[in-house]
Design a protein around this ligand. Structure first.
Ligand code: GLN
Length: 544
């Protein structure tokens, strides 16, 4: 059967950022998939950084690593989690990357000597990337989220791409604007004016939104829908109510209350291939109805920005914990603990008593390190379930080396390359890169195989001899110390196939209910419908 043209749905933001464009994009993908279409998703970020790998997590949030090693924005993680799809480097672009490509092509004479211009050449490059990727994924529908909000001049060239793609394919391109509808406390009424202005601004770039997703603290009443419809030039039914929700996983279900998939498909001239199978709704119900509380502490350092606490730097970890809690029928209660506080006052580790489990996620540099090591020691000695990710594994090995294997002063070369026992060392291939200050996209990145040792906790969780997991690190467990450490009881239950790189470390179940850590980032491969087995094993241990 001949495939119809691929369809393109652009998602843009109005009024202000941070109100849920990423979740809207993900949820839209989720409901269209449920109607039988193959969907792919893109994120376009308007900054000059070529990728998200060099950005400070406190400011920018998590760097999400794709299987192919591309370092991207956290929204890519939401797409993968909501749609259970695997995206690749072509699904993510920044202004920096697009310009870099165009400039390289110009240097290679690919424009055959003509004058290369911002318009149309930059939007054309954006369009050709999207088309190439849609063809590769054989997608029926592509959803493309444009970072920032309309009216910022940073993203104008991407809005130009929408306009140009629509000239070519008028029936195949629609635009969704996610806008914020505030209810100022002194006014006591939802105000639609900011949304009206945002739509005007979008109109100024030659684009009329087909749908308006109205983010607000409460559902929109009919009166507000009508008003937005009339002033923003859309039908009332195309104004979609998107109130605050108990869990982000409710959003696809809420969209369907306003019949969004039917409306979008009709506008794109597509016929639904099936009704939703209800799996998602069932899982969300399970998530929300769990009663048995499990308290987990995440000990990190990328929380504070000014007077505010943001947890964006650890979003995939948080979501993976939620997925696992749902699988185990547990209600997750998460707390954020700043590792620096344990460093200032080591006695505070006794506060960890109140938790059923502790997780230390990835990190870089020396701040808060000794605090984390104290926390790990406390978990080991008091048999509190501990799950370490990346730096969380390196620090677990350092703790064990110092306090059990008798390697006093053991450390990582990242913090002290002159330590008496460098049990975590720079990977040989990384040395040169650091010497040349070649920092961008040069870590050990993306998916690599790990082989799992029989009879271990890891083997019990994975039920598989070999797994593929995503990485992002420069340092590794120093192979010189592996034997010494293993002799004292820590088991390296996962290694690279050649046995050189340690991928998982754990204490046997007879010693500790759960003391396990991974060099890779399992959090990047967990979704509500497919929770990650190691997170599930951790949650199960916490529940006990
Ligand atoms: N800083 C450590 C390394 O580079 C760990 C990285 C991480 O936790 N992602 O190896």
């Amino acid at each position: 059967m001949a495939k119809t043209n691929p369809k393109y749905i652009f998602v843009v933001g109005g009024v202000m950022s941070g109100v849920g464009k990423g979740i809207t994009t993900s949820s839209l993908g989720n409901i269209l998939q449920a109607r039988g279409f193959s969907v792919t998703a893109f994120k376009i970020d308007p900054y000059i950084n070529v990728d998200a790998g060099t950005m400070n997590p406190t400011e920018h949030g998590e760097t999400f690593v794709l299987f192919d090693g591309h370092e991207t924005d956290q929204d890519m993680g939401n797409y993968e989690r909501f749609m259970d799809i695997t995206l690749d480097r072509d699904n993510y672009m920044t202004t920096g990357l697009v310009y870099k490509t165009v400039i390289e092509k110009e240097r290679n004479l690919e424009y055959k000597g003509r004058c290369v211009q911002v318009v149309p050449d930059i939007p054309r490059e954006v369009i050709s990337r999207i088309k190439r990727s849609v063809a590769k994924h054989q997608a029926d529908i592509a959803i493309i989220e444009i970072g920032g909000t309309v009216g910022e001049y940073e993203n104008i060239l991407f809005l130009e791409a929408i306009r140009m793609l629509k000239i070519e394919n008028p029936a195949d391109v629609i635009t969704v604007m996610v806008s914020y509808v505030p209810t100022p406390s002194k006014v006591g009424e939802m105000k639609t004016k900011p949304t009206q202005h945002a739509v005007r601004t979008l109109n100024g770039t030659g684009i009329q939104p087909d749908f308006i997703v109205a983010r607000a603290d409460k559902p929109l009443d009919d009166k507000r829908k009508e008003k937005i419809g009339i002033f923003c030039n859309v039908r009332t039914e195309d104004v979609i109510s998107a109130p605050d929700v108990e869990t982000i996983y409710d959003v696809p279900l809420n969209f369907e209350r306003d019949h969004l998939s039917d409306l979008v498909l009709a506008k794109l001239g597509l016929k639904a291939k099936r009704q939703s199978d209800g799996k998602w709704a069932k899982q969300v119900k399970k998530l929300k109805s769990a009663k048995r509380e499990v308290r987990v502490a995440v000990v990190g350092k990328y929380f504070k920005t000014g007077d505010y606490v943001l947890t964006d730097a650890y979003i995939s970890v948080i979501e993976a914990l939620k997925h696992a809690a749902c699988a185990e029928g547990a209600k997750l209660k998460l707390d954020w603990l700043d590792s620096a506080e344990f460093e200032e006052d080591p006695k505070t580790v006794s506060e960890l008593k109140q938790y059923d489990g502790v997780l230390i996620p990835g990190g870089f540099g020396s701040r808060g390190i000794e605090g984390k090591i104290k926390v790990i020691e406390h978990c080991r000695k008091n048999k509190i379930p501990y799950f370490g990710l990346c730096y969380g594994m390196q620090l677990m090995v350092i703790e064990f080396a110092r306090n059990v294997a008798g390697l006093k002063g053991a450390h990582t070369a990242e913090v002290n390359p002159k330590a008496p026992y460098v049990v975590v060392d720079i990977m040989p291939e990384q040395k040169e890169k650091l010497a040349k200050k070649d920092y961008g996209a040069t870590m050990r990145l993306g998916q690599y195989e790990a082989v799992i040792k029989k009879g271990t906790q890891a083997a019990g969780a994975y039920k598989s001899k070999s797994v593929l997991e995503r990485h992002r690190h420069r340092y590794e467990i120093n192979p010189e110390y592996v034997e010494k450490i293993e002799k004292k009881g820590l088991v390296f239950s996962g290694t690279s196939p050649d046995g050189r790189l340690m991928e998982i470390a754990e204490l046997p179940k007879s010693e500790h209910p759960f003391f396990l850590a991974t060099q890779f980032h399992p959090e990047f491969q967990s979704s509500l419908l497919h929770p990650h087995p190691l997170f599930v094993a951790f949650l199960r241990a916490c529940k006990k």
